[in-house]
Ligand binder design. Structure first.
Ligand code: NAD
Length: 417
């Protein structure tokens, strides 16, 4: 049932979700299977409505929207005689606007598989997707144990006044700090899925770099060839405007434009640079060697701008990355096995992907999440189940046998002397 984001009404909503959890039904295997089945049915039956919502919010082409669909992990029961997974309880999930469906349903499916009751707070910046989730999740799931609360930061802050058993937050680090501070009041554990500047080391070209990479590091003799290749690829990919999702809103449009306004950055543009405020369209733009202390090199870009930084030797990339905050991902296009080993051994990041980009997000067999300033708490596939479960240590002992040496009075014999 959709809940209106009115102040004062959230206490009742939170209490009713906790009541559903306390009833014990969310722990039942049948309930968990039914919720996951409901999610799968919703994604299948409401496919057109999902495409419409993602198109309304982000101008996403249907083909691209497929990548935003959540994969529902299989229920697993990693249990032996001593470790029993139990649900953590009542979980609050904040999702973000850039993959508004996947970033909501992926953690939701993990929380349900583990038997939790959930309140989902989708991003107000993707309102059509938020409305879709609020209208449809109650139809397909247990509407008492799973609720959607729509609204902006003030609703998020109000939700955080209540006690949760776990909070998963996807968004920016500034809000992540607010979430963590508020969670501390109730000693609520949090998982933060934040952003970062994901570097891409390019040492060879056998494949195509994706523009979601934050910046490129490339050896100097190879740089001119790479830039020409990127330019021709961009021209080939984006022949029609509808092949590119638009920038989310005016705030992000101006933020991205202002990254290019620094005169040294502007003079480093080697491709693109055009923008249309009416349609919030920004041309895919390549910037060659902008100053390393410029905003475009110190802030996460999160848009179609791609700085390329030239280094003397590819190996220098490692020294370049070491002092930087740990990113969510490091990409490297290389056939050099020694370089691969050095990247793995000498850098730290949420993930490392060789010779491809972004695909690690879609793999359920590996954990997804950041480290350091890019966040903490990994999920996807069985890792979602683990994130939302408590591994309860259970010791079973028989009462049939007793050893008196366990008890005082102690003597040398009992101490084995
Ligand atoms: P956003 O605006 O969608 O905010 C995320 C959620 O936080 C929303 O539900 C929003 O309503 C809520 N919120 C905002 N202010 C709040 C407050 N003061 N108190 C409580 N809740 C509040 O997202 P954004 O901030 O534009 O996020 C973009 C960032 O998210 C980028 O840095 C990006 O890299 C990161 N991101 C990370 C991942 C990941 O999986 N690690 C995925 C997507 C995006």
């Amino acid at each position: 049932m959709e809940e209106k984001p009115q102040h004062g009404s959230l206490g009742g909503l939170v209490a009713s979700v906790r009541e559903a959890y306390e009833s014990g039904r969310t722990k039942e295997l049948e309930w968990r299977k039914a919720q996951l089945g409901g999610l799968i049915r919703m994604i299948t039956e409401e496919e057109d409505a999902i495409f419409d919502a993602l198109h309304d919010d982000l101008g996403k082409h249907r083909v691209e929207s497929f990548r935003d669909e959540a994969h529902v992990p299989l229920i697993s029961f990693p249990c032996n005689a001593l470790v029993v997974p139990e649900p953590i309880g009542v979980v609050l999930i904040f999702s973000c606007w850039n993959l508004p469906l996947g970033l909501a349903l992926e953690p939701l499916s993990g929380a349900l598989a583990a038997g939790n009751a959930v309140v989902l707070k989708p991003s107000e910046l993707a309102p059509s997707t938020a409305a879709f989730l609020a209208a449809n999740l109650p139809k397909y799931l247990d509407a008492m144990a799973v609720k959607v609360v729509q609204g902006g930061p003030e609703v998020g802050e109000e939700l955080m006044e209540h006690r949760w058993d776990k909070v998963l937050f996807t968004g920016n680090a500034r809000v992540g700090r607010i979430i963590m501070t508020k969670a501390a009041k109730h000693l609520t554990p949090v998982a933060l899925e934040l952003g970062s500047k994901c570097p891409c080391i390019v040492d060879c070209i056998d494949s195509q770099a994706c523009i979601a990479i934050d910046y490129i590091l490339v050896e100097e003799h190879f740089a001119p060839f790479l830039i020409e290749l990127l330019k021709s690829t961009l021209k080939r990919f984006f022949t029609e405007p509808e092949y590119m999702a638009r920038v989310l809103n005016e705030r992000h449009f101006h933020r991205l434009r202002s990254l290019l306004e620094d005169h040294q950055v502007k003079s480093s543009i080697v491709h693109g640079g055009n923008a249309d405020p009416k349609t919030l369209w920004i041309e895919p733009t390549i910037v060659l060697n902008p100053p390393l202390d410029s905003d475009i090199m110190t802030e996460e870009i999160f848009g179609p701008l791609l700085p390329s930084i030239t280094v003397k030797k590819t190996e220098d990339c490692i020294a370049f990355l070491k002092p930087k905050p740990k990113p969510l991902a490091i990409y490297a296009f290389t056939n050099d096995e020694k370089l691969k080993q050095r990247i793995l051994a000498e850098t730290s990041s949420g993930s490392v992907t060789f010779n491809d980009a972004i695909v690690q997000y879609g793999l359920d067999s590996v954990p997804f999440g950041g480290i350091g300033q890019s966040g903490f708490g990994q999920y996807h596939g069985k890792y979602s189940f683990e994130l939302f479960s408590h591994r309860k240590a259970v010791l079973r002992r028989s009462l049939l046998v007793e050893f008196m040496f366990r008890y005082p009075p102690w003597d040398e014999y009992k101490m084995g002397m």
